[in-house]
Design a binder for this molecule. Structure first.
Ligand code: KIV
Length: 259
C-alpha cells in the first residue's frame, strides 16, 4: 500500500490502526488481523534489545528490522523510525538515512520534534520521502523530560498546537501525538489537514498506535495508555484483531488509558 491509499482511507473517517512491528512473522500476522500501518519503531531498543531507552538504536538496526518486516508483509504500509542521532544534525543527514530506510522497504519515515524539525520535514518531503512527525512525549528526548505526559499546562499546549500546524504546513503527512491530554489531542486533530495518530492521546485522534509488546502483555511495567489485548484472546492474531476492532469502533482508548 502507498500513502495516497492510506490517506484516502483516513479521509473517509475510518480510524487508522497502527502497531509496532519488528520482524517478518509478526508482520504477516498483523496484516492478516487488519492493521493499516506497521511501525518499525525504535522502541525495538527496549522491546527487542532490552535497553532502558531508544537511544542506543542504530541505523543498521533499523535497516535490518525494516527489511525483515517488509519481507513478512510485501504489500503492507510500513513506517520506519529514524533513530536518535540519524537526522538531527542536518536535513542532508536526515535524507541520507531516510533513503536507507526506504531502500530497506519503508514507505515513510517518522522523526521526533517540533519547530526545530520543520526544515528537515520540508527537505525530505520535497525529495520523495513521506514523513510522519511526532509530538508530545518524545522518547528520544527522555534525558530532558523523563517518561511522563507532556503539554499539560497552557503554554506548552499552545506551543504544541503551533508546532503541529508548522509541521503540517512543512509537508508532514501524518502526526503521532504521544502522552498528551485527550482534549488537547482533539483540538490538534481538528485544526490540522493531516491525520493524527494517538498513543496516550485520547479517542479523538484520527488513528491509534500501540507498542506490540504492550498489546500482547509482554511488558513488565506497561505504560498507563497500553492495554493487554491478549487477556481473553485465543491467539496473537485474535488479540491484534480485537485491538483493530476496538480502535475502529471507538472503544479503545478508554478513559483509563487517557490523560
Ligand atoms: O518507537 C515506537 O514504538 C514509537 C511509538 C511509541 C509511536 O514511536
Amino acid at each position: 500500500m502507498y500513502l495516497p491509499q492510506l490517506l484516502k482511507k483516513a479521509a473517509t473517517g475510518e480510524k487508522l490502526v497502527a502497531l509496532t512491528c519488528y520482524d517478518a512473522s509478526f508482520a504477516r500476522i498483523l496484516i492478516e488481523a487488519g492493521v493499516d500501518i506497521l511501525l518499525v519503531g525504535d522502541s525495538l531498543g527496549m522491546t527487542i534489545q532490552g535497553h532502558d531507552t531508544t537511544l542506543p538504536v542504530s541505523m543498521t538496526d533499523m535497516v535490518y528490522h525494516t527489511g525483515a518486516v517488509r519481507r513478512g508483509a510485501p504489500g503492507a504500509f510500513i513506517m520506519a523510525d529514524l533513530p536518535f542521532g540519524s537526522y538531527q544534525a542536518s536535513p542532508a543527514q536526515a535524507f541520507e538515512n531516510a533513503a536507507r530506510l526506504l531502500a530497506a522497504g519503508g514507505n515513510m519515515v517518522k522523526l521526533e520534534g517540533g519547530a526545530v524539525m520543520v526544515d528537515t520535514v520540508s527537505y525530505l518531503t520535497q525529495r520523495g520521502v513521506p514523513v510522519c512527525a511526532h509530538l508530545g512525549l518524545l522518547p528520544q528526548s527522555v534525558n530532558q523530560t523523563g517518561y511522563r505526559a507532556q503539554a499539560k499546562d497552557d503554554v506548552a499546549a499552545r506551543q504544541l498546537i503551533a508546532d503541529a500546524r508548522t509541521l503540517d504546513a512543512a509537508g508532514a503527512s501524518l502526526l503521532v501525538l504521544e502522552s498528551i491530554p485527550a482534549r488537547l489531542a482533539a483540538e490538534v486533530s481538528d485544526s490540522l489537514q493531516i491525520p493524527t495518530i494517538g498513543i496516550g492521546a485520547g479517542l479523538d485522534c484520527d488513528g491509534q498506535v500501540l507498542v506490540l509488546n504492550d498489546l500482547l502483555g509482554l511488558t513488565a511495567r506497561p505504560p498507563r495508555f497500553a492495554k493487554d489485548f491478549m487477556a481473553g484472546a485465543s491467539s496473537i492474531k485474535d488479540a491484534v484483531a480485537r485491538y483493530v476492532i476496538s480502535v475502529r469502533n471507538g472503544e479503545f482508548p478508554a478513559p483509563e488509558h487517557c490523560f
